[in-house]
Design a protein around this ligand. Structure first.
Ligand SMILES: NC(=O)c1ccc[n+]([C@@H]2O[C@H](COP(=O)([O-])OP(=O)(O)OC[C@H]3O[C@@H](n4cnc5c(N)ncnc54)[C@H](O)[C@@H]3O)[C@@H](O)[C@H]2O)c1
Length: 270
């Protein structure tokens, strides 16, 4: 086996929520590996800042302002890709939203907002992405960013988010089966906590509870640290490349062992 199985040069990448955190790290990883990145995000100024960062690294970058919760906006994004590039080869479904509200206090509006961005948006993008590939009879890859919260309950008012992520996991398996014959591979990644600006902001807003919260989070991660955005980007690169040619319908934790760890305790002192 040679390093060329990881080669993604010349591929066109569609990615949502590309302007910050994990999305931007994925853009940097794939963009500096020779792919053309059509970054999309709802936040135009952050998108332009992200584009400038990538261009400094020598990546080929294009941008499109897209709100994944709005069907028309997603259709326009893939229309743009179709007209300019024919199709995208790789889709990274990444944009998501969460709330930290106990179930009994969650309004229907909040529930719908979380589900629409974090699950329906993934469906709309995958649907439009697949139409272009199926018409062109070309292979492709979808990588869905899920979360460990899709397989294990994390509490703390995350239930709408976790429900959406659970949906993303089963959605991944269904699409993998639906599109296997057309050589469109579909996989998902389950990060644990990732050291993004948004995540850091959330921890900081806990005030004096921030330290016990971090201790709690770290106790659940056998490798002893939260993930860096680059850890997730590396896994996306692997799944998007021919190194993963036989992998579809898989759900890959990038979580330092968090999901493997029995919450009752299999490590450490007691
Ligand atoms: N950060 C973590 O700890 C963590 C852990 C597990 C899973 N994840 C998942 O990783 C992915 C990225 O997370 P992150 O922490 O980098 O997020 P983030 O909040 O830092 O960035 C999300 C990006 O999505 C954009 N966005 C928000 N709503 C949008 C919409 N409707 N349409 C298009 N773009 C929109 C935002 O502008 C932002 O640039 C998400 O799917 C998240 O659920 C994150």
């Amino acid at each position: 086996m040679s390093a060329s199985i990881f080669d993604i040069s010349g591929k066109v990448v569609a990615i949502t929520g590309a302007a910050g955190g994990i999305g931007l790290a994925v853009c940097k990883q794939l963009g500096t590996s020779g792919a053309t990145i059509v970054m999309s995000d709802i936040n135009e100024s952050a998108l332009m800042a992200g584009k400038a960062e990538l261009e400094k690294l020598g990546a080929k970058v294009d941008t499109f302002v897209c709100d994944t919760s709005i069907e028309k906006s997603v259709i326009s994004y893939f229309d743009y890709i179709s007209k300019k590039y024919g199709q995208a080869d790789i889709l990274v479904n990444n944009a998501a939203a969460g709330i930290h509200t106990p179930p009994q206090d969650t309004t229907l509006e909040e529930w719908n907002r979380v589900l629409t961005i974090s699950l329906t948006g993934y469906f709309l993008c995958a649907r439009e992405f697949s139409k272009l590939l199926l018409t062109a009879k070309k292979p492709g890859v979808v990588v869905n960013i899920a979360s460990i919260a899709g397989s294990s309950a994390i509490g703390r008012g995350n239930f709408a988010y976790s429900t959406a992520k659970g949906g993303v996991i089963q959605f991944t398996r269904e699409l993998a089966i639906e599109w296997a014959k057309s050589k469109i591979r579909v996989n998902a990644i389950q990060p644990c906590s990732v050291n993004t600006p948004g995540w850091r902001h959330w921890v900081e807003t806990e005030g004096e509870k921030a330290k016990p919260l971090m201790d709690l989070l770290l106790r659940g991660i056998p490798l002893g640290r939260v993930a860096e955005p680059e850890d997730i980007a590396a896994a996306v690169h692997f799944l998007a490349s021919d190194a993963a040619a036989m992998i579809t319908g898989s759900i890959l934790p990038v979580d330092g062992g968090n999901l493997a760890y029995n919450a009752g305790g299999t490590l450490g002192d007691y």
